[in-house]
Design a protein around this ligand. Structure first.
Ligand code: PHE
Length: 350
């Protein structure tokens, strides 16, 4: 092997040993750089004759081209290897299932509230809302629950700044204050009729919303939902309550196999008062009495606070727990699941 051949071979070897592009450029400089070995050979031709220069120059050029070819090949090989590493690192498994955009849906309690509104809407009930921060007057006093009334202690709640001296505003403990708020508006709207001694259109309304009490366990949450119902007219009786509430429960639970019981109870704002219990005659809950609402004939003092004459206007109210209705409908045994925000639980209702 002549001198030039071994030069090409040692260049090729050094290129092959260069593991990175930077190493390779250094190796290149040793052969093709300004003071590289090929350049030195070119310089060494200065003393040769023209004939010798010709043949020697051609031979060196052949060697130089071989070294350049080896360099280009090695550069390509290093680039290919780098690309392989990158492709491997960024590999996509196209056989994996796609990630779909999550589909939102209504919360189970919202589904229940919609259902309640739909059913009572079909029976001619309007829907009203009221503030969650309530005055002492609407939450208690207007509902015939004066200060120091023992019933207030069952409604321990969260008090906030503002309100009258000695009667701070509070997070409402039930939706009943909206009975009075709504009735007052209704009376105002129909003042002219009342003044003329003409019959006022009946008040028929339901009030869904959030309520608050200092309570927390598997069946009580400090924030919970209620849905109030109110029907006031000149000739509305407990019988009507029984009819509409029975119809409501049967529609809500999609079962005619269900009976109601009115169990005497006490609320300051109704007289007489009753808890409404339901019992399924078949299915997993059969045979147990389940409390679903409080109810009663609106107390004359409350009717008066609505701006109406209790001698003329009479009616009933009820307050049910949509959270509890949701638990019964779907067989959920811990109320807190509704408010933990766990998507694995919530997505089951879509
Ligand atoms: N407001 C009562 C409660 O929260 C329920 C109720 C409403 C009772 C209307 C009677 C009439 O306990």
């Amino acid at each position: 092997m002549n001198e030039l051949d071994s030069l090409v071979e040692s260049a090729t070897q050094l290129f092959a040993q260069s593991a990175t592009p930077a190493d390779l450029e250094n190796a290149k400089a040793q052969f093709l750089g300004k003071s590289g070995r090929v350049t030195e050979l070119m310089k060494g031709m200065a003393q040769l004759s023209v004939e010798e220069k010709k043949s020697r120059g051609a031979a060196i050029n052949v060697a130089k081209q071989a070294i350049e070819a080896a360099l280009t090949a090695r550069r390509q090989a290093l680039a290919d290897a780098e690309l392989q590493v990158q492709l491997k690192a960024e590999a996509l498994d196209v056989s994996l299932p796609g990630r779909q955009r999550g589909q939102g849906g209504l919360h189970p309690v919202s589904l229940t509230l919609e259902r309640i509104q739909g059913i009572f809407g079909s029976m001619g009930f309007d829907v009203a809302e009221g503030p969650e921060i309530e005055t002492d007057w609407f939450n208690f006093t207007a509902l015939n629950t004066p200060e120091d009334h023992p019933a207030r202690s069952m409604h321990d709640t969260f008090y906030v700044e503002g309100g009258a001296p000695g009667a701070p505003n509070l997070l409402r403990t039930h939706t009943s204050p909206v009975q009075v708020r709504h009735a007052v508006q209704h009376v105002k709207k129909h003042r002219a009729l009342l003044d003329a001694g003409q019959p006022m259109p009946e008040i028929r309304v339901i009030v869904p919303g959030r309520t608050y009490r200092v309570d927390s366990d598997a069946t009580h949450s400090p924030m919970f939902h209620q849905c109030e119902g109110l029907w006031i007219g000149e000739n509305v009786s407990f019988k009507d309550l029984k009819v509409i509430f029975t119809a409501f429960c049967r529609t809500f639970f999609e079962s005619d196999d269900l009976v109601l019981r009115f169990r005497p109870s006490f609320f300051p704002f109704t007289e007489p008062s009753a808890e409404i219990d339901i019992q399924f005659q078949s299915g997993p809950l059969a045979g147990r009495w389940l409390e679903v609402a409080g109810s009663g004939q609106v107390h004359p003092n409350v009717v008066r606070n609505m701006g109406l004459d209790p001698e003329k206007y009479i009616g009933f109210a009820f307050g049910m727990g949509p959270d509890r209705l949701t638990m019964l409908r779907y067989g959920v045994n811990d109320l807190r699941l509704f408010f933990d925000g766990d998507i694995r639980f919530l997505s089951q209702f879509q």
